[in-house]
Design a protein around this ligand. Structure first.
Ligand SMILES: NC(=O)C1=CN([C@@H]2O[C@H](COP(=O)(O)OP(=O)(O)OC[C@H]3O[C@@H](n4cnc5c(N)ncnc54)[C@H](OP(=O)(O)O)[C@@H]3O)[C@@H](O)[C@H]2O)C=CC1
Ligand SMILES: O=CCCC(=O)O
Length: 293
């Protein structure tokens, strides 16, 4: 199967590499074109523009930072719209809001193309291991046709119905995750401020009903104030912002998510946007010289 891939960031690079390793013919494009070189050495073809990729491939996947990036590869000069046509499918796996995917669906469909949104749960390591959770919605036939690629990139795919449901599901999941990360950071700081051993806290959490891979994997590094980037904090803040807007539309009060968003905003303001989202810990951390009592 010949597949195009737009966006070779943390996630897109790992996902497209898995497709290549599994025997897909992959044509890649990235805004910073030099990032295509590594993939080219591993067997990818390179398209000069998103339009060139779509022209070459029956299916094109995108994995881009945010709504503005997702729209710009569609509408800009050399964008997807210039070549999308009947027989071609466009699959956007970026985390964006439903209004963005609805807009893309509308213009792709108007040109006779088919559209599927398919954001993912799971981070850098699951992307490298082909263990993502895929939250697809949109054209059902396209979903069924692209399953072989999803099976390479993910461990489970959900088909959620109409365009918007995948985007919304992803925002709900990440809203919960961002709130949890804030509560976890506060817990680590509270343990420390109360004279408790933070590693013992991790051991206690790991044995109970709150045990989860996020606490287990990120906790030890957070205690060391180390935040190697798997999921950039700036993207988590974007997801909180979009989830809060979704709450506005649905009249759902979300004070916990709102407080978490404020902490991520503050962390971004502290220059932590490119660190892992666990760096929000720095916002709640008790200054080293304060006893907290
Ligand atoms: N990292 C993670 O753990 C996860 C991330 N996601 C989501 O996946 C998406 C990608 O994340 P990730 O790979 O981490 O992000 P990165 O920041 O590593 O990569 C972002 C990609 O978007 C491209 N891009 C940014 N702005 C534009 C633009 N205006 N026009 C064209 N391309 C643009 C970048 O190109 P360039 O190289 O030129 O900057 C790069 O290829 C995001 O929506 C994120 O929320 C979902 C699940 C997990
Ligand atoms: O959107 C990012 C999700 C990161 C994760 O699921 O660990």
């Amino acid at each position: 199967m010949e597949v195009g891939f737009l966006g070779l960031g943390i996630m897109g690079k790992a996902m497209s590499l898995n497709l290549i390793k599994s025997g897909f013919k992959v044509t890649v494009w990235n805004r910073t074109l030099s990032k295509c070189e590594e993939l080219a050495k591993l067997g990818a073809s390179v398209g000069e523009t998103p339009a060139a990729v779509v022209e070459k491939c029956k299916y094109t996947i995108a994995m881009l930072s945010d709504p503005s990036a997702a729209l710009s590869v569609i509408f800009d000069k050399g964008g997807v719209l210039e070549q999308i046509c009947p027989g071609k499918g466009y699959i956007d796996m970026s985390t964006v809001d439903a209004s963005t995917t609805s807009k893309i669906n509308e213009v792709v469909s108007a040109k006779g193309g088919r559209f599927l949104e398919a954001p993912v749960s799971g981070s850098k390591k699951p992307a490298e291991d082909g263990q993502l959770i895929i939250l697809a919605a949109g054209d059902k036939e396209l979903y069924e046709e692209i399953i072989p690629a999803f099976d390479v990139m993910g461990k489970k795919s959900f088909y959620l119905g109409q365009v918007g449901n995948g985007a919304n599901m992803k925002l709900v999941v990440n809203m919960i995750m961002g709130s949890m990360m804030n509560a976890f950071s506060e817990g680590l700081v509270l343990a420390d401020g109360s004279g408790l051993n933070q590693n013992t806290l991790l051991d206690v959490l790991a044995l109970g009903g709150m045990a989860n891979p996020m606490f287990a994997q990120k906790g030890p590094a957070m205690i060391q104030r180390s935040y190697p980037t798997a999921f950039p904090l700036k993207h988590q803040q974007k997801d909180m912002r979009l989830a809060i807007a979704l709450g506005d539309q649905a009249n759902v009060s979300m004070p916990i998510a709102a407080a978490a968003n404020e902490a991520f905003k503050k962390a971004k303001g502290m220059g932590l946007g490119d660190h892992d989202f666990s760096a929000v810990h720095e916002v709640v951390k008790i200054p080293e010289n304060a006893s907290g009592k």
